[in-house]
Write a protein that binds this ligand. Sequence first.
Ligand code: NAD
Length: 503
Amino acid sequence: MNLAHIQAAAGLNSPIRHQLFIGGRFVDAADGRTLATLNPHDNSVIAEVAMAGVADVERAVDAAEAAFPAWARMAAADRGRILLRLAELIESQTEELARLESLDTGHPLKDCRFLDVPRTAGCFRYFGGMADKFQGDVVPVEAGFLNYLLREPVGVVGQIVPWNFPLMFTSWKMAPALAAGNTVVMKPAEITPLTALKIAELMSEAGMPDGVVNIVPGMGAIAGQAIADHPRIAKIAFTGSTATGRRIVQASAGNLKKVQLELGGKGANIVFDDANLIAAVNGSAWAIFHNQGQACIAGSRLMLHERIADEFLERFAKLARSIRLGNPLDPSTEMGPLTSGQHRDRVLSYVDVARSEGGELIAGGRSPADPALSRGCYVEPTIVRARSAQDRIAQEEVFGPFVTVLTFKDDDEALRIANGTDYGLGSGLWTGNLQRAHRFAREMHAGMVWINSYKRVNPGSPFGGVGQSGYGREMGFDAMREYTQVKSVWVNVDAQIPPWYPR
Ligand code: NAD
């Protein structure tokens, strides 16, 4: 099938963009190389996408650097207006973007329509509105002086995005950076570049000046590393694995880049014996199975009070087994394939790890038997009870529809287990006890805590982790702080300064 046929079969109305976006134009890679992006439903090729090399990153940095002075000096309200226009355009293209994201990532169309696309538009809208509300400060210093603080953009920003939420993370990264007056060189993950390129097209339509945004799909070890190493990139924002995060930090030492890292997680989702069991079962299924479990904030450690564990697990397993797997473009599908075959194999390898550790397989643990799904990257919703909180399945991020169940006797034990990993991103608890809820919120080693819910996000609410989950925050005012630096300006208004060296 050629590109036009694939486009039509997926219900897309506009051409699939497959070139790099540099200086406001879609261009081929300098060396002409491409990389196939696959449909995880059947592993067919969707498109051959231009693959950026070092020379292309160089071109993108040149374009971003040239665009920076005018963009940074533009009235903040005018920058905001472009982002607000972009948000409108994204909403007007909801179906197109939803289908494209679903095709490239395997996210169910329903998720893309009702979560990924609206959240992307919402993020650009939030930061579009923020652009002229984020302001400096005045410090009450000694008499006779005015000391004011400017929040200035840092310059050219490098952004590296993973494959689990390619569209949404494009907005999380770009919206605050652009609102604050930076220009951007962004690399989507090599396996999911399509929606970021569509956003580039909409950026131009929204009136974004050429060169402010540059998008360079390519391999992590080449294009990603070139961004991390680049001496004219002032800051790098990265979402992905902890191992790559460490490499980014090392590369940043060259020109002392500002670094912001959003890495993995092993979220504790704790259900106490006084919780609303029905709500907790539903919320815990959402916590782990939404997006096929490919979420850094997934509730992948399900911790149950031993008094309710059996009843909870019976209901939870029944719900997990009933989740409808299928072609993500079918609107009735509730769970799609994982985003790549390699990742499916990695997730399934943890079923072997679980067996070798003496874990009890409660549900799933394999690819579905349905022949219609046999060529895709599917894994059934999988529930495994671990023998110990120290087991690998209770410590390592699986990043799939794979939940590890642990039980506890009392609050202190629950807290010990919850805090017993190196990660610290999202965690949650279900309880009717207010004091316990707040105690856990305070004492859990995490960047985000959900009480009687799980995995809520909002562009106004800071998102990020502690420990091996990284540092820095996306979203909200914190994101604007991340993408600016403070300049302290001292003005002698009417200070009489006696000479220090009187002569
Ligand atoms: P990864 O860290 O390899 O890739 C994330 C991004 O970094 C991609 O765009 C990739 O091209 C880029 N990259 C890779 N090597 C690079 C380098 N040397 N320099 C600069 N950029 C580089 O992650 P992955 O291989 O896609 O997935 C592996 C694991 O990472 C997953 O199983 C999961 O545990 C974790 N992960 C976490 C998140 C999250 O949201 N926190 C997202 C995706 C993956």
